[in-house]
Design a protein. Sequence first.
Lengths: 238, 464
Amino acid sequence: MIITLFIPCFVDAVYPQAGISMVQILERLGHTVVYPEETACCGQPAFNSGYWDEARPVAIKVLEQLKNAEAVVIGSGSCGAMVKKFYPELFANTPQAELAKQIAERTWEFSDFLVSQLGVTALGANFPHKVTFHDGCHGLRELGIKKSPRTLLANVRGLELVEMSEAETCCGFGGTFAAKFPMISTAMGEVKCASAAETGAEYIVSNDSSCLMHLQGLLSRQGKPIKTIHLAEVLNHR
Amino acid sequence: MSTFATQFLKQARVMAGDLRHRRTIRTALGNYEIARDKGQASFQNWQSARQLASETKWEAINHLDKYLEQFVSKIEARGTKVHWASTGEQAREIILQIVRDKQSRSIIKSKAMTAEEIHLNAALEQAGLNVVENDLGEFIVQLRHETPYHIVFPSMHLTRGEISELFQRELGSAPTNDPEELTMIARRVLRKKFLTADIGITGANFAIAETGMVSITENEGNARLTAALPKTMITLIGIEKVLPKLADLALFLPMLATMGTGQALTCYNTMYGGPRQPGESDGPEEWHVVLLDNHRTELLADAEQRDALHCIRCGACLNVCPIFRNVGGHTYGTTYSGPIGSVVTPHLRGLQDWKHLSNASTLCGACTETCPVKIDLHHHLLQNRRNAAKGKPVFFERLAYKLFGFVANRPALWVLAKKLGRCGQPLQNLVKGTALDPARAWTQTRDLPPLAGESFKDWWRKRK
């Protein structure tokens, strides 16, 4: 299958290793990966702030780049939700309405794509650590992804998955929210980090680098030993 | 920024760092969650129950004119006087007029969020009248001169010790840490008030169109006394509280109890159909029902967010909201707090003044997931943001998104921006967290990750 990989802006600039892992995993499974180099951002920051007219030009660029894709895979539940769930709303009653709908139907978050579309559950990974999984809210509630990442983690050699308490509670990132309401965002992050630490895990794993950027930022500042890592990197660890 | 927004930010900053508050609320809601989950499990199929509740409210709200008329004609037939109030001010005037006509000297009131919404107590007190809240939680916050902290649990932010201190100070009672003894102290004070009051004011949980009845849910029996003892009863109801059929309560009463407090049913659920009828031994001689619009019909006209009128005020969305749990109910600065408050307050009190509540959310969707009547809460927050930005865009914010779009859509500029970011980061590190740091909002409490030396795109190109 020819898979078009959409790399979110912060993965491109800050966490390239997550994207590289996705490419390597998909290629190892025998698929051809295409990366539309001109895509930068899905437009979510402007969209979530209410500036839909400003979000549209960014999103149109994405639509153009993904137009001919057979399957679009996005390495983030949040950006995945933007394309799959919110593009049809953003482009409702515009000339791009139909295209947005078509692309939404052909778009999947990375872990969900592996399990639900490719039927892959084991990737031969080896990661001998105790980990806990953090569900990004967009992946969890907008896209309904809960089992896929856990199924994949269950088949990683040496990995022990421990669920944290209040696992489905938001970590407090929330995009521009983190900058507009930093103290609330920090309080929420502290609660999440405490839940994760209680499990005794060495790593917080997630399919959303944005949540991890927020949590890692707090953990580093507070000198806490627990580390964060993207799911794709764990699955690519041999 | 509106003064309400400034106040919210200031208060949120204080509360978010208040670890004692965080613990109190977490403990209280931890117990609630266990009871709620047990309650949900006792439904044969919780998701179907939600669907049915949502469809029933949809029917009621989309035919509100029909059901309200039916409700009114039925309830008037038994001698109830019905008043229509378009605004909060009108509702206050109607109630004040009744109170004046009756030359009331003492008023008791059971729990009613609509009364909070129209600031009824303040209006009564200003007119020189004495009004006593008789729900235990409301009684406590009234003694503290506070508004309710939560739609269902007005004093959940207080510990037993704090309540004991309050009672010692205000009621002259002996110190105690025993919840039962604290309740008895309040009860002794309130019983006297019940016996001497000439007017009782209540809210309502549901108004049944089919039979012309008002249903009131409670645990303390105080609303029953409010309705039974004084000669005159006044009930203030938001027009969205209507349900088509009496049988609908078979779903809504256990649902409200489950989501509100985690009970299978609350201790008392009473249906009131009229004032004392000939031959009856109790009940008020006169009953006035005040139907309150106060911008609800404007919300009804908004097809996108109309379902916000489905709300049964169970408070479940507050309980799961991580924002509410960290900033607390009073921080919202308005009657309805939490997700439902952030959705409806802009409609009730003005979008531009209250848009900050819709922004103060990560859009995590926990509220929508829990809502028993399936209000699309977090998407309504997003719609409020869109409407606010459209109506009155913030100049610099819009400029920033325009600029971002300009750069993001030009690959060469995007690459340049990343390069500049990489070069700038060591400089930014020097001023990290200070007033000079452009990323201060982030870096005051969090480290920023370094921009990768080789971006994904660099890697991809090199590999090709």
